[in-house]
Design a protein around this ligand. Structure first.
Ligand code: SF4
Length: 280
């Protein structure tokens, strides 16, 4: 399946994804939904642990950001934004502490989907059951994208990793808010298109800086993409062409900007100093 085929489906995109999964896995629909609910609950557990912990990661670079933000005064009076950001960072700080998370699609980008989807769900006081089908769609979008481009930062830069997770999250939030397949694919496309060029430059090669805060930023980005798509905005460039463009940029990125810790902010004097200290 490609994104155009998904967008052309007359109904919720998750229905088509689930239908295909049932066929491929030869599993009962109820079993797949149960499995997805368990994943959602794992995501929720990692959020809860992350929000309540300030234990530093192995490197000491992160570990308290989610808890700090969660407890901070909301100067903007924008509880949704703060919730989405804090949830996303909570998951990635758990990842940095070697805690249990659900890769979505990777560990480095694991906070974006739960941050956006569970963040919006909680903001609207929805049940976990209401989030299951949007999560099915997120998984399906990730799968479709991964058939046409790398989704790891080491292969395609952060645009591949966070770009995919933002696209997944945008589609999920769009469906959660009532968007059918066409709108959800537009949301995913807008999210992916607007991450193109994002490089992978983790300090010291650890999935912590900029990764933790990056998930917070791109969870909000995903919610924005969903909002735009629900309002009827569409990408001028067709969805599958956006995926191909992202893949081609990934191939053009030099190794220094693909998770080697040798370029971007990792190559700043402070980044190099931290890497050296960790190596000792
Ligand atoms: S900077 Fe690299 S390691 Fe960090 S989230 Fe992005 S792709 Fe993953």
């Amino acid at each position: 399946m490609n994104l155009k085929q998904l967008a052309d489906y007359p109904g919720y995109g998750s229905e088509l994804i689930l239908h295909e999964e049932v066929g491929e896995e030869r599993a009962a629909r109820e079993d797949l939904l149960e499995k997805m609910l368990l994943r959602l609950q794992e995501m929720r557990s990692s959020i809860a642990r992350g929000l309540s912990s300030d234990e530093p990661s192995r490197t000491g670079m992160v570990g308290w950001n989610a808890k700090t933000l969660w407890g901070a005064d909301d100067k903007l009076r924008a509880p949704l934004m703060k919730r989405v950001q804090a949830y996303a960072m909570a998951v990635n700080e758990e990842n940095a502490r070697m805690g249990r998370i659900v890769a979505a699609p990777t560990a480095g980008s694991a906070g974006t989907v739960p941050g956006a989807l569970i963040g919006v769900g909680d903001h609207l006081e929805l049940t976990d059951e209401a989030l299951v089908m949007p999560l099915v769609l997120a998984a399906g979008i990730g799968q479709v994208i991964s058939q046409r481009m790398f989704i790891a930062g080491s292969s395609g830069g952060c645009q591949a990793e966070i770009g995919s997770s933002a696209a997944m999250a945008a589609a999920a939030v769009c469906e959660l808010l009532g968007g059918e397949a066409k709108a959800a694919v537009e949301a995913a496309t807008l999210a992916l298109m607007n991450t193109i060029g994002l490089v992978c430059d983790p300090v010291g090669g650890y999935v912590e800086v900029p990764c933790v805060s990056r998930n917070a930023f791109f969870a909000v980005h995903a919610v924005s993409a969903a909002q735009l798509a629900l309002a009827g905005l569409e990408s001028v460039i067709p969805p599958d062409e956006v995926v191909s463009a992202t893949a081609s940029i990934g191939r053009l990125l030099p190794p220094e900007l693909r998770e080697t810790g040798e370029g971007g902010i990792a190559a700043t004097p402070t980044g190099r100093r931290i890497a050296l200290k960790m190596a000792k």
